[in-house]
Every structure is written in C-alpha cells, then in structure tokens.
Design a binder for this molecule. Structure first.
Ligand code: AMP
Length: 365
C-alpha cells in the first residue's frame, strides 16, 4: 500500500482512461516532474505521452494490483470507472477524487438527489423503470421533458425528448429500456459551467465562469467570461464550493448549470457534474496562469493550488470529426492556440482537438 507517503516530484501516479483528458493530465504532470502510468482497456491519446501503460480490462484484478503497486495514487479521466475497479484500487492506494464522489456522479438519480439535499436546484425529476413510470412522470413534469439513462450517458447519448403524443414504450425502448430518470424541460437562457479545484487541505480555487454552446449535444464553443450578472457568477462558484466541501473532494470538478432568465432575474439550475477535468476548461491551458490539468495534479497530490487567474477574454472551439482536417489553416492563424489529440480516425462526433483564442481585455464582442 502506497498511501502513507506524500507525492513528490519524481513519483509516478496512475490515471484510469487513455483519452485526451488523460493525455493533457499526463503532460501537465510531467511539467511538475511527475510521471504517469495510464491504465485502459483500449489504447488512446494518453498512451502516447505516458511513462508506463497497461492495456487490460477494468475487472482484471491481477493487472489492477500491479498498477496500484506501481503508483503513489490513482486518478481518472472519466466518471464511468466501474465501482469494482475504484474499490479494488482504493484498498491499495489513494483514489482521488474519492470513490464516493465518483459513485454520486455516475448515477443521475443519485446526483440530483445529492444536489437537492444541499439545497441546490436541479430540473424536477422522477425515476423511470418501466413505460408506466414514464406515463405518470410525464403527466407530472409536462412535455417536452427529457428521458435520460441513469448511468453511462455522455454527449447526449442515452437521451430522448418526450413530446406530446410520443409513445411511452417506444421512448423507453429508445434509451435501451435501462433504468432512467425523466427530467422536466428547463427553459434556459444560457448554459454555463464552473471548473474548480479543492486541495487536500480543503483550499478551493475556481476559474471564471464558462459559457458553453452545444451542437448536437456535444460542446461546440466555450467563451469566458460568461455573459451573466456578477451575482449569478458568484452564486455559481459558491454552489460549486458547497459541492466540493460536501464530497470532501480532492481534484478538479466541473459543474454544468442552466441559467434561467436574464440580468437581475437570473437563477441557476444545476444540470450535472463531472468529477474530473472537463472540456469547457480546456481554455485554461492557454488562458490561465494554471491549467485545469495542472490544478488537478496539484490538488490530488497535496500540492498548493495554483492561481486560476485568466489572461484575457477567451474563445475555445472544439474540433469535432472532420473539422480537424483544417489543422493546417488553424496553425496558420496568428494567435490561435491549437491542440490536436493524435486520434487516428476522425469519426463523426469525435473530439479530435480544440483551438483557443485569447483576446486582450475582459469585454465581450
Ligand atoms: P446532458 O447530457 O445532461 O449534459 O444534456 C445535454 C444537453 O441537453 C444539455 O447541455 C442541454 O443543452 C440539453 N438538456 C439536458 N437536460 C435538459 C433539460 N432538463 N432541459 C433543457 N435542456 C436540457
């Protein structure tokens, strides 16, 4: 068990998952003198930039035990880490953020119940286990409403909008007849997210609030600062801090929220949280003193948190699927900070890279 000793430069830490988030975490760790062992059933972008890699299933206890023995602590780049894997590793080595935070954010019903228990507003919701539940819940929550699987949903997968006249059995079948929730539709004016970190000592650092635009359920652009009232931004950060403290969290968290109304009438509704670094925080690589990736490594390692201070007005654009084929033009644009994930196949909807532009000043165009 490696839990006794604090992490120091020269040590190795483990990351579950080999996607672009793991890749950017590994590069940030290297900057602090920490090397990374990536564990994943499939090879991916993080495998190109780590000191050690294990390609094995998440239920391969022998491989997991060797992985745990090789690292000071384990973190993860995605929230669908199987509970068995997190618990098995946590018996041998610190897992940060803690498996409790992981469990809450893996299940939309548990997550919304947890948020409501803190007095934080979510969309109204009801658990759905069969078409009859859906009929009753849709009568209460109204139409349109959104049916989402409790687990394993991302980028709009496992979701269907329930409209007037839709058949409950067909809708339930469309999400794979999996345990789900029905959510009331939130008539939002904007979507925002807060990226914040909590250190092992309980210190918290939050970035300025992101404004996010999705296309086909996938994040398309993030602009910072969000066009919201200062009091709304302060409330969004305060809510995030409340969540971090309630979970006794270590690491970076992302909390996605809907803004309802405009100006002084703005209110916040939390959509979901991700116990990890997040796409809407990618701009921090070029636009903040400390990137979200470095901040996560600092937080889980027990290092002092870095300054989240922003350098200017930010626009981050994802390069999805074929959009990444314009990489040469992006590289030729003065001031564009280009990040490419090294994925070999540009499938539709796949995040291939992102571009950040940092403009002088704080004002919005
Ligand atoms: P999610 O997978 O929960 O992040 O949802 C993906 C996107 O669907 C969100 O970013 C919103 O644009 C939209 N959406 C999700 N839930 C709701 C809701 N309850 N009301 C309105 N729009 C929603």
């Amino acid at each position: 068990m490696n839990s006794g000793k604090a992490v120091a430069p020269g040590d190795m830490i483990g990351i579950l998952g080999s996607g672009q988030l793991g890749r950017m975490l590994a590069m940030a760790a290297a900057r602090l003198g920490i090397s990374v062992h990536v564990y994943c059933p499939e090879s991916g972008p993080a495998f190109d930039v780590c000191a050690k890699r294990t390609r094995a299933a998440y239920d391969d206890d022998e491989a997991l035990a060797k992985f745990a023995d090789s690292v000071r602590l384990v973190t993860y780049e995605f929230e669908n880490v199987p509970a068995h894997t997190a618990e098995f590793l946590a018996r041998r080595v610190p897992v940060r953020p803690n498996p409790g935070a992981l469990a809450v954010s893996q299940d939309r019903f548990a997550e919304k119940s947890f948020l409501n228990s803190l007095g934080i507003a979510t969309a109204p919701f009801a658990p759905i286990d069969c078409p009859a539940d859906l009929v009753t819940a849709a009568a209460r929550l109204g139409r349109p409403s959104i049916l989402k699987t409790r687990r394993f949903g991302y980028d709009g997968k496992g979701q269907v909008t329930i409209r007037d006249g839709d058949d409950a059995s067909a809708c339930f079948a469309a999400v794979g007849a999996a345990p789900s929730i029905l959510e009331g539709f939130v008539p939002f004016s904007r979507e925002i997210s807060v990226i914040a970190a909590r250190g092992l000592d309980g210190s918290i650092a939050a970035y300025d609030v992101n404004e996010n635009v999705h296309a086909d359920h996938i994040l398309s652009t993030t602009t910072v600062p969000a066009r919201i009232a200062p009091a709304t931004a302060a409330a969004a950060v305060a809510m995030t801090a409340q969540i971090l403290n309630a979970l006794d969290y270590a690491g970076v968290i992302a909390v996605e929220m809907f803004v309802v109304g405009e100006g002084a009438a703005e209110t916040l509704v939390v959509n979901e949280m991700a116990p990890r670094v997040h796409n809407s925080g990618h701009w921090t690589l070029d636009g903040a003193l400390t990137s979200q990736f470095e901040q996560h490594i600092r937080a889980i390692s027990g290092f002092p948190l870095g300054s989240p201070r922003r350098h200017g007005r930010i626009e981050m654009r994802n390069l999805i699927g074929g959009q990444a084929s314009a990489w040469r033009e992006w590289l030729a644009e003065p001031g564009a900070c280009v990040h490419l994930y090294g994925k070999h196949e540009a499938r539709e909807g796949r995040k291939m890279g992102h571009v950040t532009r940092v403009f002088d000043g704080n004002e919005r165009v």
